[in-house]
Design a protein around this ligand. Structure first.
Ligand SMILES: Cc1cc2nc3c(=O)[nH]c(=O)nc-3n(C[C@H](O)[C@H](O)[C@H](O)COP(=O)(O)OP(=O)(O)OC[C@H]3O[C@@H](n4cnc5c(N)ncnc54)[C@H](O)[C@@H]3O)c2cc1C
Length: 387
């Protein structure tokens, strides 16, 4: 089959667009095929937290390197993605929380990572003057921050296009077939595209794409929900997270507060639609109110959910297929792939170019689970907060 391009990236979320950017910059002819619109799913509906705080240990080197790229985004993309270097703080509400934060720092310090710093009660209350009186301490990453999800997605889209990538919208992949010299992609309209290399960046649909090439991993999915309040006078600049319960929380420049970090609605992979669970949203709002009493009486203006891929171990799938030549998987970001995206796209581009990743990625192997385990259903638990 004739090769239309040198790399086809499936999925026009941040992971796919970042891959396209880095691969096109390295000189490959790249086509992104996006079923809907860039940023239509997790990437556009994210909370935008840029967090090195509390990362799963295998993710720490990637999160730290990605954070450096966030600071360099204006040079790389000609747009900062709305990145605000605000710090992220995990709040301890009781002795058990504080113990778990101390244990965490003991582990990270022993491994030589010093970016997570313990705060005692006085320090956390100085840093977060609006925090509730019962708070006893915290853990801070001072270089962390947050960004604007749709702006970042568009910035990668524009930069990838400037570098020569072609982005096709409304181009859903219906099938993948191994042919001489590469892969034949069948789109939902029946047309075909050919390329020697494919990156599977289909987010929550990543397992469906993997199965098309004979791979499988237990990628589930969830509808992660967010709330957005009426504006309040400024009371916090940092992103705040709870320790013993799910919460991620920030106030943006307009004064509105974004509340997320874990509550889940219902997602339908076939339609791509989500349904909010108002009871769970209310529980999340109560947690936010207990930690920040200043939220009393503020109205929730709107709420939304985005469909996110969740792996059982809540770390992504990043790696070459061991069975299907030319295939790289980049999905399963489990609620925290926004922060990693500037770097993980670069790693995927390196892999398709035949280079080795400069960062350790063995823990993210597509083969780390026993084949056939059925988790193609909403995942119930999530240890790391979304964000
Ligand atoms: C509410 C919410 C809050 C979050 N908060 C944070 C946060 O604060 N910090 C953080 O780091 N992360 C956060 N995340 C997670 C982060 O947004 C995701 O990990 C990241 O955006 C995943 O990017 P992606 O490109 O893999 O997936 P997506 O953005 O979902 O992109 C996948 C794309 O693939 C396309 N696609 C699917 N099937 C096909 C097909 N057959 N053919 C062609 N295209 C296809 C889809 O249409 C979609 O556009 C949050 C997520 C949500 C939902």
């Amino acid at each position: 089959m004739s090769q239309d391009t040198e790399l086809i990236v499936i999925g026009g979320g941040l992971q796919g667009l970042s891959t396209a950017f880095w691969a096109a910059r390295a000189g490959l002819r790249v086509t992104v095929v996006e079923k809907s619109m860039p940023g239509r799913h997790a990437s556009g509906f994210s909370a935008g937290g840029v967090r090195t705080l509390g990362r799963a240990l295998p993710e720490i080197p990637l999160a730290l390197a990605a954070l450096d790229l966030w600071y360099d985004l204006p040079t790389l993309l000609d747009d900062d993605g709305g990145f605000v270097p605000s710090a992220q703080v995990r709040i301890a509400e009781n002795d058990a929380d504080m113990r778990s934060l101390r244990e965490r720092v003991a582990v990270t310090d022993a491994l030589g990572w010093t970016h997570e710093v313990l705060l005692d009660e006085a320090e956390v209350k100085t840093l977060l003057p609006a925090v509730a009186p019962h708070v006893v301490g915290g853990l801070v990453c001072r270089r962390d921050g947050f960004a604007d999800p749709m702006r970042t997605t568009r910035a990668f889209l524009r930069a990838a296009t400037r570098a020569g990538a072609v982005v096709r919208v409304g181009a859903g992949v219906a099938g993948l077939e191994r042919v001489q010299g590469g892969w034949r992609v069948t789109l939902e309209d029946g047309s075909h595209l050919g390329a020697p290399r494919i990156v599977n960046a289909a987010g929550a649909w990543g397992r469906r794409i993997a199965r098309m090439v004979g791979d499988d991993f237990p990628l589930g999915f969830n509808a992660l929900m967010m709330m957005f309040t009426a504006p309040l006078p400024p009371f916090i600049t940092q992103v705040a997270l709870a320790t013993g319960r799910p919460l991620s929380f920030k106030q943006v420049a307009s004064g509105h507060v974004m509340i997320g970090g874990g509550p889940k609605g219902v997602a339908d992979l076939d339609t791509g639609l989500t349904t909010l669970d108002v009871t769970r949203l209310a529980a999340s709002a109560r947690t936010a109110l207990e930690l920040f009493p200043v939220l009393k009486d503020v109205a929730i203006l709107h709420a939304w959910a985005g469909i996110e891929a969740i792996m059982p171990d809540e770390i992504p799938v990043i790696g070459r297929s061991s069975r299907a030549e030319g295939i790289v998987h980049l999905c399963g970001f489990s609620g925290h792939g926004f922060a990693l995206s500037p770097l993980t796209g670069r790693i995927a581009a390196d892999l398709v170019l035949g280079r080795e990743s400069p960062y350790p990625i063995e823990a993210f192997s597509p083969d780390r689970f026993v084949p056939g385990v059925d988790t193609d259903r909403p995942s119930g638990t999530m240890l790391q907060p979304a964000g």
